[in-house]
Each structure stands twice: as structure tokens, then as C-alpha cells.
Ligand binder design. Sequence first.
Ligand code: ZN
Length: 255
Amino acid sequence: MRPLIEDVLDVLREILTVYSASGSGCSVSDVRLEAVRKVATRELAGHRFKNRDSAERSIHDACTRRLKLSAPAFDARVNRWLSGDPVELHSLLRSVGGYAKNRSAVESLRSERVREHSVVSREVTQAPPYPAEFIASDVIDAAYPERRETILQRLLRDTATARELKLRHHNHCQICGLAVPLWDGLTYAEAHHIRPLGHPHNGPDSPNNMLILCPNHHAQCDLGAIRLDLASLRQLPDHIIDIEHIRYHNTTIAK
Ligand SMILES: [Zn+2]
């Protein structure tokens, strides 16, 4: 018999995947339904269930009835975890059978979460091509820069390389040297890909393209708010940064 916690962890992993693919526009309950369907499909392929109905019901029950939670209560806890609550996932799963054995899986899932950047950008509209005296005053106002708020949401998902680099740097930011303190002597850092992964940048997931950063410097790098200077980065002899990636950041990402 498969331990309950493994079903729940599978659903939580799928929630992260579905959430990152569908962005910020969808509700946690929709994401949960999709995640349950995906886990059920996989378990059906493994012949654990007779049919799709019983598979989906059983996986749904694992996250709700068997955790003594209603579906909305489960969604609310998932939401708190995705919003960055550092202990939510452990407190949700601590009393579930198999927790002790799966503690490291819970911890690795905990460190993956969705973070929101709220960015206020200025949209500069061009000055009208005719003399100002011909334009009504409210139209002139419209020609001034307008502030627009954009919410960027992205998934922080560590690769094995990222986890290994964080260990090597003891979570110290390579720009400012800070290791964000948590509880019990634990610290926190984030891994940044200097040349971003995926289209259109297609940066590699390799140590020479990665920086370990505090959340503030990570956000500034991601959003192109700062330029990088290789000479002033805190580097380790066994973690060498490729200057080509630094150049790419300074020419393409930095504003
Ligand atoms: Zn920093």
C-alpha cells in the first residue's frame, strides 16, 4: 500500500508544475483539479486503480478527506505555501503517515515556490507632433509618463546544481555577502541564472551561468535593475563565472 504522503506530495509537485505553466491567472482549485487528474493518469498507467473515476476520487481524497481537510481548506494551505510561508508545508504534512521518511522530499518541495514581483514601470508616451496650444489641457496630461503596475509571477525551482552551489556558498549572496537568517541557524539564498533559461535567452543550467544571491539582489538581477561586475563578485575557486554570461546580462538584461 502506497503511503498517503506520497500521493499528497505528487499532487503538490503537479500543482507547482501546472501553476508555473498556467501563470497567475488561474485559481488554486482549478490547479488542484488539474494536478489530481495528472497524478491519477500516472497511477492508472501503473495499474493501481481499475478506472479513472476511482483513481481521481482516491487521489482527491488523499489531499482532503484523509488529511481531514475540505477542498477549500486544502487550497488555502497550498496558497499559503505558494505565497512563501516558510513552515506551511511542514505543518500541513507533519501528521501524515510517512512524514519522517519523506521529510527531505517535503523540504525540497518547500523551497520551491512562486514568488511575485510587483514592478512599477513608467510608460513614456511620445510628445504630440503639433504645438501644445492646439491641445486641450486634459490631452496634454495624457502625454505625460504614466505609471503602470505589472505583476510578474515566476516559479523558483532549484535544480540539483543550484542546491549544490548554495551549499558551497553557505547561502552567502555573491554580491553583498549576506546569508538571510531563518530559524534554528538555517539560512536562505536563491540561485540566479545570469543568462536566463529558456526562450529567448537560452542560457545554460550550469554553474558558470549561476549566481547564489540574497532575494533582494536576485530580484534586481532578474529585473535588470543592476549591472554585474565580475571582479567585485564573491567567487569561489571551484565556482567560476563565465564572463560571456556577465556581458549578456549587462547588454541584454540590465536596463
Ligand atoms: Zn545580496
